[in-house]
Each structure stands twice: as C-alpha cells, then as structure tokens.
Design a protein around this ligand. Structure first.
Ligand SMILES: Nc1ncnc2c1ncn2[C@@H]1O[C@H](COP(=O)(O)OP(=O)(O)OP(=O)(O)O)[C@@H](O)[C@H]1O
Length: 616
C-alpha cells in the first residue's frame, strides 16, 4: 500500500476528538477478566452470585464518587478531601436522623451537608488560589478530625427503622443501592459528554486561561463542580451508613485513593482535558474486583493498602505514557498538515452589511500607563479605521502589549480616552463588556482549547443547544460542526476534520481557528497579538490572508507584529512605538522595510533628518 493510499485509513483510526481511548478501555476489560480468572482459580466461590452481588454493592459508592471526581479531573481539578468529608457528612446526617427520628429529614440533611462542604471546598480553592491538591488535603484533615470530635470516636446507632431498607431493598433481585449508583453514574456521564456544561469542563481542563478568554466563567464553573462532588459524597455517605445501619467516623477512610485510582486507571488524564465515562466505569469495576479478590484469597489489610497504593502508581505511570502518546500523535498530525500540499483555501465570502470603509472605528487619545516607576506608555494617540489593517510595531518593551491591553479592556489607562464608534468613551469598560460592543482580541497562545476540535472552539461560550436549560442543555455537536464549517469557509478556510483537537492542526490553522472566533456579525475592531509569531512562510500567508479578509469584511484590524515582511504584505497603515510613544504613524506606502527597521531600533528616518536639516 502506498503512503498516499494509506492516509484515509490513518485518518479513520486517528482519535476523533477529546473523548477517545477505546484501546485503553479494551486493556482494562482484559485486566478485569484476568483478575476474575486468577481469583476464581484461587477460590471458585469468587464467581458465585453472592460474591458478585456483594462486590457490586461495595463498588456502588466508588461509582457515584468516581463520575464526579472524573469531572473534576477533566476540568483540571482534584478533591482529596472526600474521605474525611464522607465521614463528617455521614456522622452529621446520622445525628440529624437520630435526633429527628425521621429517615427523610436525615437523608435530606446528609445530602445538604455534602453539598455545603462541596461549596466550601470550591470557594476555598477559588479564594486561596493555590493548588487544589494542597487545599483539599488540608480539608481532608479538618473534616476527618471533626468527624471524630463530633462523635467522640463512637459510632451513631439507633437510627429510624426505614434505614434498613437501604441495605435490604432489591428491585428484580438487584440491590437498590446498586441501582441508585448506576442511575447517578449514567446521569453524570451524560452530563459530561452530552451537555454544554460538560464541553466546558473539557475546555477548562485543556487550558483554563484559554477557556476564560473564550468567554467561559471558569471560577463559577469550577465551584459548581466541587458542589457536585460534595453532593455525590453526601449520597455515598447515605448509601453507606444506610446499608450498615450506623455511622462511624471511620467511614470513608481511603475513599479518595480508591476513587482517584479507579478514575485514572479508567483513562482520565491527571493533567486534565481528557477521559471518558465508560473508561471510568471499567476502572471502578476493575478496582472492585481487585479489592474483593484480595479479601477473598485472604490477603491481609496491610498488604491490601500496599497493593492499592501500587495500583495508583501504576495508573499514574500509564497516564504519563498516554500523555506522551497523545503529544506524539498531535505532533504527527501537525507534521502531516504542514507537509500537505493544499492549504484548504476557498474564496472568502462577501462583506458584512454594516461596513463603512475608512470611517474611524476606534480612536485613542493621549493614553498613559505606568507600572510603579516604569512608564510603559506615555502619550499614545491612534485611530483604527474600518476596512483597514493597521500594524503596530516596536522593539521589545516599546509598549505594544500595554497599548492593546488598554484597547481591549484588560488594563485601565492612567489617563487619556478611548472612543468606539457609536458608543462614546470606553476606557473604563472591561474586556467582556468590550466584546459585547464589538471589540474582539486574539491573544498569542491564549486563544484556543487545544484538546477540543474547531467545532467546539468556534462555538464555546455561544454553544448550539438542542434542548434543556442553561449549561445543562444538550450540546448540539452536529450544529457546532456546521457552524464551524460555515464560519471558516466564509473566511476562506477548509479543515478536513472539525472534531480533531486543534493541537493537532498546524500553527497557521490553529491561529486561523482562534482568529475566526472574532468574526462575529457585529464586530467593529479585531486586535491580533503577534498572530504570525513562530509560523512558517506558508502558514504565515494563511494567517495574513485571514486578517486581510476580516478587514475586507469591514472590521478595523490592529495587528501587533515584529515582522517587517508581514507589514509589507498586509498593512494599510503603520504605527511604530518607541519607549512608550508613537514615533511613526502613516500610510503603509509612505514607508519602506528599511525605514521600519530604523524606526523600530529607535533611529530617526533619513528623510525626516534631511527635512529637519533643510528647515534649519
Ligand atoms: N505588569 C507589568 N508590571 C511592571 N512593568 C510592566 C508590566 N507590563 C509591562 N511592563 C513594562 O512596561 C514596558 C512596556 O511593556 P510592554 O509589554 O507593553 O512592551 P512590548 O512592546 O509589548 O514588549 P514585547 O514585545 O517584549 O512584548 C516594559 O518596560 C515592561 O517591562
């Protein structure tokens, strides 16, 4: 088979999007089967109905907690406090149940305590702004300590009669605990893979700063995920002390290790952004079989702990290997795209209706900004016109980034005015408010969720929905593909796979996806922060063509660049900054590449010097 004829085959086998991992799941099923066979040889009763039922009941708690933990890990977070949280929630809930002698009130209180502690975790991680590993590890100690303090180390008995139902009730022979766990797991899995909120978790785990730049309220989303984790722990606590008929402060010891091991074994990447519920399911089952088998063949508690920790280390090792394979496959994808002869270009479509070419879209007057004693920008005035590309140049430290941060609402100027056509002064508005008014900014390295395809990236924040409400609505993947295809094609770009992670696209294509996000119907100003940095010649041409198209469709484009060659190819107007001041501002045809290099170096143009000498 020739390399060319093998290509379609390769494409079919390539991971479709962030949710891949069939090979890992097959490996887990094999591992689980091997464990069952091994333990059954050691003791044939291991595959008896009684043991299977007990094993299922034992894993039900892990299953409920695992889908919530998977969601946290996918979003780049972790909760190590769940063991202590379960103990505290169980004893508090049981205490309420005994005090009121009412099963329902006690059950509601247990779930509510879980949700509250989850909220506390989320708020603390958000407020302290340090690694969730440290914050939740500290909370593990606090929660489990409090559980002992409240109970004085004694279990809580004498719970209402109905509690026995939790352990005894069966539907069609299946323990109700298992049924509840399966329902909660499936609901969590659907929320993760099918809803707008789930897509946002993947985006945040891929790159939280990019997700935030794409319009997702990251802190709020993450807080909800901790609340979800807490609620799940509340349910696990209820199912467990309900089954046992009493609550003790020892409940939940080691829960975090068991759950995290199962989740990572199930293929959820510790680095965030990847993983699949089905893998998590098999991870939980495998750990359940292992634990049951170790007890069955009479391995001591101490050895069980050693084996549990070793399995976690093994899972982390496999995860690292997967991460390495993922990055290799992304690099291979990029090499394939860069080596391809066609750039996937089509003719861009016509202008936006609101174009008034040449009119000033944004005017900045006498902008100033200092950082302590450092004056970054001292007196900058400029105008951006609809239909034009303005290139902003300057040496390192000249003040370019500070200027665009002020124009895009990331930094408030110390003085001066910024006016947007039709909206008056905007210098006090933040970046989200400015986006709503039609000022879009594409920052270098900040603009895409690398683990998601173009279809997701181009619709994040304004996701197409099928039914449901808020971010729990069902994400319409087909509509997202169509929208992404239409948006990119209208800008003259065709991709062959709208679900392939953008990390596997070429640098130029990735920039195009990022820039295409700014092509919304009422965009007035597009600010591009060094969009051609580190790109090859062909990829650079692709990006410059896209910037030109945006201007041709009516936007005022401001492009920061160090690259004099790009200026010659695209600029209508050139502004050069030197030591925080404008040293040149004129039409691009008034200046040569040589002049620009002089200006960027802070030198005076020969023509200016001559004119000054002649005047003298
Ligand atoms: N947050 C900050 N705190 C302190 N000083 C800053 C800060 N941001 C920028 N500066 C200083 O302001 C000056 C202008 O920086 P700015 O990043 O705007 O320049 P630039 O032209 O974008 O440079 P580069 O091309 O290297 O990114 C520099 O002296 C820089 O050190």
């Amino acid at each position: 088979m020739s390399p060319t004829s093998a290509l379609p085959l390769l494409r079919r086998w390539r991971p479709r999007n962030h949710i891949g991992g069939a090979t890992g799941r097959a490996g887990l099923i094999l591992l689980a089967a091997a464990l069952v066979a091994l333990f059954a040889i050691a003791n044939p009763n291991f595959i008896g109905a009684g043991n299977i039922s007990t094993t299922l009941v034992n894993v039900s708690g892990t299953l409920v907690a695992a889908i919530a933990m998977a969601r946290l890990l996918i979003a780049g977070q972790i909760d190590l406090s769940i063991g202590g949280m379960m103990a505290l929630v169980a004893v508090s809930g049981a205490w309420v149940m005994r005090a009121t002698d009412d099963f329902v009130i006690g059950a509601v209180a247990t779930l509510a305590f879980g949700l509250l502690l989850g909220l506390l975790n989320g708020v603390l991680v958000r407020v302290l702004k340090i690694s969730p590993i440290i914050v939740t590890l500290a909370l593990l100690g606090v929660y489990s300590g409090l559980a002992f303090v409240i109970t004085q180390s004694r279990p809580i008995f004498e719970l209402p009669q109905e509690i026995e139902l939790v352990g005894r009730l069966r539907i069609a022979g299946v323990p109700v605990v298992v049924i509840v766990a399966l329902i909660v797991f499936v609901a969590g899995a659907l929320a993760l893979t099918k809803t707008v909120s789930g897509v946002r978790s993947y985006a945040i785990g891929g790159d939280a700063r990019a997700a935030s730049a794409l319009g997702i309220d990251v802190p709020r989303h993450l807080t909800w995920l901790y609340v979800y984790m807490g609620g799940s722990v509340g349910l696990v606590a209820l199912l467990t002390f309900g089954r046992l008929g009493s609550a003790s402060p020892n409940l939940g010891v080691g829960l975090e290790i068991a759950v995290i091991t199962a989740v990572i074994l199930g293929g959820v990447g510790f680095a965030g952004g990847t993983g699949r519920p089905l893998g998590v399911f098999f991870g939980v089952i495998t750990i359940g079989i292992l634990n049951a088998g170790l007890i069955f063949v009479g391995i001591s508690d101490y050895w069980q702990t050693v084996i549990g920790g070793s399995v976690l280390l093994l899972a982390l090792g496999v995860d690292q290997l997967n991460e390495y394979r993922r990055s290799r496959s992304r690099r291979a994808g990029r090499a394939r795209v860069d080596g391809s002869r066609e750039d996937g270009l089509v003719e861009p479509s016509a202008l936006h209706a609101h174009v008034d070419p040449g009119a000033v879209a944004l005017r900045a007057t006498e902008l100033r900004k200092s950082y302590g004693a450092v004056t970054a920008v001292s007196d900058v005035s400029l105008a951006l016109r609809a239909g034009q590309v303005t290139c902003l140049l300057g040496d390192n430290g000249a003040g370019k980034s500070t200027v665009i941060k002020m124009l895009s609402g990331l930094v408030r100027p110390d003085g001066g005015r910024i006016e947007l056509d039709g909206h008056g002064s905007i210098e006090t508005l933040d970046s989200l408010e400015l986006r709503e008014l039609g000022v879009e900014t594409v920052y270098q390295d900040l603009a895409v969720a690398p683990n998601l395809g173009a279809a997701y990236n181009l619709t994040l924040g304004r996701e197409p929905r099928r039914f449901g409400f808020g971010s729990l609505a069902v994400f319409d993947r087909q509509a997202a593909i169509e929208q992404a295809r239409a948006r990119l094609e209208s800008l003259g770009i065709v991709l062959d796979d709208y679900l392939a992670p953008v990390a596997s696209l070429s640098g130029g294509q990735r920039q195009c996806v990022a820039i295409a996000r700014s092509d919304v119907a009422d965009v007035k100003v597009v600010i591009l922060d060094e969009p051609t940095a580190a790109l090859g010649v062909r990829q650079k041409a692709l990006v410059l063509r896209l910037a030109r198209t945006l201007a041709d469709r009516g936007a005022a484009v401001l492009m920061i660049t160090h690259d004099v060659e790009s200026v010659g190819l695209i600029a209508d107007r050139v502004i050069v900054l030197n030591l925080g001041r404008v040293s040149f501002d004129d039409d691009a045809d008034q200046v040569t590449s040589r002049d620009l290099i002089h200006l960027m170096a802070g030198l005076e143009l020969e023509s200016t010097a001559k004119a000054r000498n002649a005047e003298a």
